[in-house]
Write a protein that binds this ligand. Structure first.
Ligand code: BG6
Length: 482
């Protein structure tokens, strides 16, 4: 693999601490970083080499639900040697001169800085300064190598701002240089949906309106917003995870088969789903957990939602009339992320008169925890009496002897960026289609319904399904346990 420089704008930010540095550590441990590859971190804080090394040490040793394995001293040293830090203000043109000079120094040490990846982990209002200054210095131009830009959500705050940001980006980089990152697309469990659906022939004929009664997508978390009040209070649950991760989950689980396994073909199918979603502003519920307004950096009068639930439809032939219910929230009863496809017609069964005889079959893609793909089925309870048991036919990562670990999504996505593969990144059109769906839902938000921490959210979210004679599925902890 060719050597390159990874330049991280905003290395002291939350996402870098939570995901990116851990992923880079894992890549170093697995030998996925070329020997002569360097990382340049940028932030405002003045830190000398020793301070920065301590920062790196502290971040890697922080309690982190995404990264629980021990940090090896030799790998830490390797990382510390690759990582450099420059402090500076991103709106200061002089800073870019220093950065350029620093990259020249690295080049002299044998690092191929003609190949560079810029990673934007900074405030969106600084983007234009970054791009403009990079351009002034000719640092966005590809000369004898590649220049790629990784950019995290939020890509805008609504359709209009997303369009402006996409336009801004395209003023400095071409679409094939822009890697819009939604870390859900890097999740092994999400990517497996494509393999499961399009490498087996027995399920796909059933995944349509003739057989599916409805779809549920849940991303519930039992923890609050932690130290992220400043960011979270500006966005709320719908824009934080609904606009991106959950719409992509829906796209992966409902899209038609791509004509081939390529970036263009897969993105085109995801896009079709996103463009065919029907916003139903009267079918959205917003909630806020009790105590939210007392969190740090949250306005005491905040009406930001920490929970939302919605109903939508896909306006395509395949799923016409099949309701899709989506919910997400903080401080709920359990941390569970899953997609459930609930099948129709349990009333036609032979054993419908027996308890459990009319339970629907459900295909579940479980993203977190107990990752796997399972099918809820009815079986005969052993013994002399006619009795039905609900069981799961299951593929579980934890039980697969060949799958020792699930790679971190950031590890996957950085690797894809190095390879120049955009399959699991969002195109400008996808992001805009996602906003086009969300915008009408937030026009008349009103006061969120207050819910108790540890519950499943406000009662109004249950009413949304009750009105259709349905209920939210209680996530099962019975499958894929170790
Ligand atoms: C992030 C959101 O994008 O995704 C967080 O900002 C959320 O609020 C997180 O907790 C969920 O991701 P994961 O990988 O922990 O399921």
């Amino acid at each position: 693999m060719d050597s390159f420089a990874l330049i991280i704008f905003g290395i002291t930010g939350n996402l870098v601490q939570k995901y990116l540095l851990q992923a880079l550590y894992d890549m170093a441990e697995k030998g996925l970083l070329p020997p002569k590859m360097s990382i340049v971190g940028i932030a405002r804080k003045v830190m000398n080499k020793k301070d920065f090394k301590k920062y790196l040490y502290d971040v890697l040793h922080m309690e982190n639900i995404h990264h629980r394995h021990p940090i090896k001293q030799n790998i830490f040293n390797d990382m510390a040697n690759r990582l450099h830090y420059i402090d500076g203000h991103l709106d200061d043109p002089q800073f870019y001169k220093r950065l350029n000079k620093f990259l020249d120094t690295l080049t002299k040490k044998g690092i191929n800085c003609s190949n560079r990846i810029y990673y934007l982990a900074t405030y969106p209002d600084l983007y234009s300064h970054v791009f403009e200054n990079l351009q002034k210095m000719g640092m966005n131009r590809q000369k004898n190598g590649y220049v790629r830009l990784m950019i995290e959500k939020p890509i805008g705050n609504d359709l209009k701002s997303a369009q402006s940001l996409n336009k801004l980006l395209l003023g400095y980089f071409s679409e094939d240089q822009i890697y819009r990152l939604d870390h859900y697309l890097g999740k092994e469990t999400i990517q497996n949906i494509l393999t499961f659906r399009f490498s087996n022939d027995i399920f796909e004929p059933l995944i349509n309106r003739d057989y599916i009664d409805h779809i549920q997508i849940s991303a519930t978390e039992d923890f609050g917003i932690g130290a992220r009040g400043g960011y979270y209070d500006m966005v709320g649950a719908l824009k934080d995870v609904g606009q991106n991760h959950q719409l992509q989950m829906l796209a992966f689980s409902t899209m038609n088969a791509p004509s081939e396994f390529s970036n263009e073909a897969i993105t085109a199918q995801r896009l079709k789903i996103l463009q065919n979603l029907k916003p139903l502003p009267q079918k959205v519920v917003f909630g806020q957990y009790e105590g939210y307004t007392k969190e740090d950096n949250v306005s005491p009068k905040s009406q930001t939602e920490t929970f939302y639930a919605l109903k939508t439809y896909l306006e395509n032939d395949r799923f016409k009339g099949v309701p899709v219910y989506i919910r997400a929230g903080k401080k709920l009863k359990q941390t569970v992320t899953e997609i459930s496809l609930v099948f129709k017609n349990p009333q036609n069964r032979l054993f419908k008169h027996i308890t459990g005889g009319t339970e629907a079959n459900i295909l579940i893609y479980r993203i977190t925890p107990n990752e796997g793909i399972v099918l809820k089925i009815a079986t005969k309870g052993p013994g002399h009496q006619a009795k039905l048991d609900s069981e799961y036919m299951q593929f579980c990562y934890k039980l697969d002897p060949h799958s020792h670990y699930i790679p971190d999504p950031y590890e996957r996505l950085i690797t894809d960026t190095i390879r120049g593969d955009q399959t699991f990144f969002n195109s400008a059109e996808e992001v805009e289609a996602q906003w086009a769906f969300i915008d009408p839902l937030v026009v008349k938000k009103g006061h969120p319904h207050i819910y108790k921490p540890g519950s499943w959210g406000p009662k109004e979210a249950d009413d949304l399904l009750k009105a259709d004679g349905r209920v939210w599925l209680e996530p099962s902890m019975d499958f894929c346990r170790i």
